[in-house]
Design a protein around this ligand. Structure first.
Ligand code: PBG
Length: 333
C-alpha cells in the first residue's frame, strides 16, 4: 500500500497549486475576445425572447443601456440582428439598404455614445425578405424555390454600403452566396470605404442549432430549407475550399458557425490559414446550456465559460456568444 512507484515523470506536479496551474495555462479567455450579438426592433419597449431566455429584442434606448453594461463589463465588440416589421418585408428585401432603416439608426445611436466600440453588422436578406431566405427567391417552372446567387450578391452589396455609410466597422456577410466577399469588397472600395473590414461567415453550416434565433427574429424560411447555400454538417474539407475563396476575395477575418459542434472545423482552418478566425456559439448552443442550468442540472457560469474556452482552444481568436456580457463580468471579477 505505502510502496512508492518509481515515477520520475509526474504530470500532476504541474497542477499542484492554483499558482502553477496559472503558469502552465495554455488558453486564456479575455473579455476582448468576445463579440456580443444583440437583437433590436422598432418598438419603444424591450421584449424578452421566449426562445432565448436572458435575451431581449431591444428598443434603441434599451440597446444603449445594454451596450453600456456590456462595455462596463469589458466587451468591446457587438453585432446587430434586427427584427423587421412584417409590412417592410418584400420579395426584393429593399428595406435592407434603407439609410433610415433600423440597423443604420442603431449604428448611429451606439456610435454617438460609444465612439470606440467595434460595431459589426450582419449582411444577409433573411430578416428583410418575405420568403425568409438569406437570398432572393425565384420559383422554378416546376414550382420549386431557387435562391438566386448573383442577383442576391448585388443586393448584399447595397446592404453592406448602407451599413458602412452609417458607421459600421466590420460588415459580416452571413448569406453563403458565392462570390459575395469579392463583390462587397469592390463595392466598399469604390465608395471610399476601404477601411471597413469584412468578417465572412466562411463555413456556415445548415444547422438545426439556429432554431431559437429564427424564433427570436421571426425569420425562418417560409418554405424550403437553407441546404442549397449553407454547408452540409457532414463536410470538413469543403470548409477549406470556402476559406481559400473568401481569403482570395479579400476577407479580413473568417468565421465558423456553429462553434461547439464544429471544433474540428475551427482547428482545420486554424492550421491551414493565418487569418483571424471567429466562431459563433449560436442560439441552440446557448439554449442547451441555459435550459439545463435552469433546472439545476448543470452550473451555467462554469459550463458557459468551459464551452468558450473549448472554442478558443480549438483555434478561434474571437467568439460571438450570447453569454458575452455575463462571461466578461465573470472574467473581470
Ligand atoms: C441569418 C443568420 C442566422 C443566424 C445568424 N445569422 C440564422 C440562419 O442562418 O438561419 C443564426 C444565429 C444563431 O442561431 O444564434 N443570416
Amino acid at each position: 500500500m505505502s510502496e512508492k512507484l518509481n515515477l520520475p515523470i509526474r504530470p500532476r506536479r504541474n497542477r499542484k497549486t492554483r499558482g502553477i496551474r496559472g503558469l502552465v495555462r495554455e488558453t486564456i479567455l479575455h473579455p476582448s475576445d468576445l463579440i456580443y450579438p444583440l437583437f433590436i426592433h422598432d418598438a419603444p419597449q424591450n421584449d424578452p425572447i421566449t426562445s432565448m431566455p436572458g435575451c431581449h429584442r431591444w428598443s434603441l434606448e434599451g440597446l444603449l443601456t445594454e451596450v453600456g453594461e456590456a462595455w462596463e463589463a469589458g466587451v468591446r465588440a457587438i453585432v446587430f440582428f434586427p427584427k423587421i416589421e412584417d409590412d417592410l418585408k418584400t420579395p426584393l428585401a429593399e428595406e435592407c439598404f434603407n439609410p433610415e432603416g433600423l440597423v443604420p439608426r442603431a449604428i448611429r445611436a451606439v456610435r454617438a455614445v460609444y465612439p470606440d466600440i467595434t460595431i459589426i453588422t450582419d449582411v444577409a436578406l433573411d430578416p428583410y425578405n418575405s420568403d425568409g431566405h438569406d437570398g432572393l427567391v425565384e420559383k422554378t417552372a416546376a414550382g420549386d424555390l431557387k435562391i438566386i446567387n448573383d442577383e442576391t450578391v448585388a443586393v448584399l452589396c447595397r446592404q453592406a454600403l448602407c451599413h458602412a455609410a452609417a458607421g459600421a466597422d466590420i460588415v459580416s456577410p452571413s448569406d453563403m452566396m458565392d462570390g459575395r466577399v469579392g463583390e462587397i469588397r469592390a463595392a466598399l472600395d469604390e465608395a471610399g470605404y476601404e477601411e471597413v473590414s469584412i468578417l465572412s461567415y466562411t463555413a456556415k453550416y445548415a444547422s438545426a442549432y439556429y432554431g431559437p434565433f429564427r424564433g427570436a427574429l421571426d425569420s425562418a424560411p417560409k418554405a424550403g430549407d437553407k441546404k442549397t447555400y449553407q454547408m452540409d454538417p457532414a463536410n470538413r474539407r469543403e470548409a477549406l475550399r470556402e476559406a481559400e475563396l473568401d481569403i482570395a476575395e479579400g476577407a479580413d477575418m473568417i468565421m465558423v458557425k456553429p462553434a461547439g459542434p464544429y471544433l474540428d472545423v475551427i482547428r482545420t482552418l486554424r492550421d491551414a490559414f493565418d487569418i483571424p478566425i471567429a466562431a459563433y456559439q449560436v442560439s441552440g448552443e446557448y439554449l442547451m446550456i441555459k435550459s439545463a442550468a435552469k433546472d439545476g442540472w448543470i452550473d451555467e457560469e462554469k459550463v458557459a465559460l468551459e464551452s468558450l474556452i473549448g472554442i478558443k482552444r480549438a483555434g478561434a481568436d474571437m467568439i460571438l456568444t450570447y453569454f458575452a456580457k455575463d462571461v466578461a463580468r465573470r472574467l473581470g471579477r
